[in-house]
Each structure stands twice: as C-alpha cells, then as structure tokens.
Design a protein around this ligand. Structure first.
Ligand code: ZN
Ligand code: ZN
Length: 240
C-alpha cells in the first residue's frame, strides 16, 4: 500500500507556520519554521489537546453557571471589545452556556447523522446533556478529527473543524471564569484593531490579539517588526 502524502496539521500548532508561508508566497519573506504533520489529518499534539479540552468542558460549564448564580456580571474577563454588555445579571453566562452547550449538541447531531447513528436523546436537563455530549464526542473524536467533512479546515475562531470548535468553547469558558493559562501581555497596540489586546499564551509560538472582534495572529518576527515600526514612529513624533 502506498504511503499517503503527509499534510500539515490544520490545527493551531501550525498557525505561525501558515502565516510565515503566506508571507513567503506574498512577499518572498524566507522563514525557518517547519510544520507539524498530520497523523493523518491532525497532529498528535492537537488530537491530545482536543481530547483534554473536551474532558474539561463539563466542569467549565458548571463554573460558568456558578459564576451566574453568584451574580458577578462584571466578570466578563477577556471580552474586551465586545460590543454588547449584559443587560441583566447572569445574561452573559446564559449566552455563553447556550453557545457552548448548543455547539456541543450540534456537533453531536452532525456526527450522528454522518455516521448513521440513532438520533440524540432530547428533553434532558442541560447538565445531563453536557455530560452525555462530552461522553459521545470523546468516543467519536478520533473519527471526527480524521473523517468529519471539516476536519481539514484550518484552525480559526469560526472554523467548523471539530478541534477548532472544541478549542473555541474551551477558551471562551476559561476566559469567562478567569482561568486562562498564563498569558503574557504585550503592551503595544494591535496593528489591526489598535487595542492593547496582544497576548502570547504559554506554549503558543505566536502572539494573538484577544479582542474577539479582531483575533489577529502575529509571528514573533512580525511582532518584533511591528514594535520596531511603532518605536520609530514615536521617535518621529518626538523629533517633529
Ligand atoms: Zn496540530
Ligand atoms: Zn487586534
């Protein structure tokens, strides 16, 4: 049997590499990054991460509920730049829960129909649904990361790739409950939205704008160039 040609993992592991490749194509900027290869679609790191994040969702959803019950509507950490502000205590928690639980249900329904399985049991309480969806998605994750029609779609906040979706739910929940991984704040404005929302998370090889309306990704090299450009702009202003 011929070996399949390896393809780069579509996951977030290759965000910086994809960016660098784009610049190579557009501007001829050379880079020395190598991609993570899919085995066969996602790399092992992205597969493991999706598995772990999925397993943590029930507890995170519960934490969102607790947050709402305790009535701390101002705790919308990480939603800098969000246009709408919650109008009643708990509304932000409700919206986020609907987003995550609704997304999990949709993904489960999707996989059930793609794999010709019985329809999902409905009419259960939300908590029971989260537990059941987590169990189902965990069991079908290896299949989903390889055979789901969107398994090869590139990592992005809005991607239908199952790994991207899981990572997006997980990240939104972690931010809401203030459990973000250690983030390093880069105190220069984002080159796209101009807010002070550039962060580099532990283990990430790129810098990300956490303004939910922007989401720009920068390679370390681009970030350095951006910082240098800003610095020389400032010098220009002072000299004038
Ligand atoms: Zn990967
Ligand atoms: Zn931005």
């Amino acid at each position: 049997m011929p070996h399949p040609i390896p393809t780069p993992c579509p996951g977030r592991c290759n965000a910086a590499w994809r960016k660098a490749e784009q610049q190579l194509a557009l501007q001829g900027t050379e880079h020395h990054l190598t991609p993570q290869w899919g085995k066969p679609v996602h790399c092992l790191g992205c597969t493991d991460r999706a598995q772990v994040q999925l397993g943590e969702l029930p507890e995170l959803v519960a934490a969102i509920w607790l947050e709402a019950l305790n009535g701390t509507p101002t705790k919308t950490t990480g939603t800098i730049g969000r246009v709408s502000t919650p109008v009643w205590p708990g509304q932000a928690a409700r919206l986020l829960t609907d987003h995550i639980v609704g997304g999990m249900r949709d993904l489960e329904d999707d996989i059930r129909s793609l794999r010709d399985l019985n329809a999902r049991r409905t009419g259960r309480r939300e908590g029971a649904d989260v537990t059941a969806a987590t169990r189902f998605l965990t069991a079908h994750l290896p299949w989903a990361l390889e055979h789901h029609p969107l398994a090869g779609e590139l990592y992005d906040r809005l991607s239908g790739n199952p790994a991207s979706q899981i990572s997006e739910w997980h990240r939104a929940a972690e931010r809401f409950t203030s459990r973000d991984r250690r983030l390093e704040h880069r105190r220069v404005p984002c080159p796209r939205c101009e807010l002070l929302t550039l962060f580099r998370a532990d283990g990430d090889d790129y810098i990300e704008c956490r303004n939910i309306n922007c989401g720009l990704l920068l390679t370390p090299l681009e970030f350095d160039e951006h910082t240098r450009a800003l610095a020389s702009e400032c010098r220009g202003i002072r000299a004038a």
